[in-house]
Design a protein around this ligand. Structure first.
Ligand SMILES: [Zn+2]
Ligand SMILES: [Zn+2]
Length: 145
């Protein structure tokens, strides 16, 4: 059975059949340190919309090593170490980084820049997409469970 969006590694598969609720190019320092990419394409799904076929086969670690009690956990495959998703302890969202988590980035284009901080000295993005210093102001977190 095929799904609208599919990713993961050869041991743990994820999929979604509904559209994401947010899709941005992240400039934050946590993404930088976790992915070692200058910016990170991050896609948020409603928690119930991103499904994992083998959840017991993942290791969980704090997404932000400097904030181990924070809500987001980075889930990685217990066999091959591939990052699978970010899971939210409050069950509001699940997030993926398409190019690292087995998804096709072109099928999920980011609509804006998030957490851009001019103090980093990085030139302001000029690709025409909106630039925000946090998430887009109209984004609201789904209720958790
Ligand atoms: Zn980030
Ligand atoms: Zn794997």
């Amino acid at each position: 059975m095929s799904h609208k969006y599919e990713g993961g590694c050869e041991h743990v598969h994820t999929h979604a059949d509904n559209e994401p609720i947010d899709n941005h190019t992240c400039h934050c320092s946590v993404c930088k340190s976790v992915t070692t990419q200058p910016t990170t394409h991050v896609v948020f799904f409603n928690h119930g919309d991103l499904h994992v076929d083998n959840p017991g086969h993942m290791n969980r670690q704090p997404f932000n090593a400097n904030n181990p009690d924070g809500p987001l956990e980075l889930c990685t495959c217990a066999t091959c170490g591939t990052p699978i998703m970010l899971d939210d302890k409050q069950s509001r969202i699940r997030a993926i980084v398409p190019n690292l988590m087995g998804y096709d980035p072109a099928s999920l284009p980011a609509t804006y820049h998030a957490f851009y901080d001019p103090a980093t000295g990085v030139p302001r993005p000029s690709d025409g997409r909106p630039v925000h210093e946090g998430l887009r102001p109209e984004f609201t977190w789904p209720a958790g469970s």
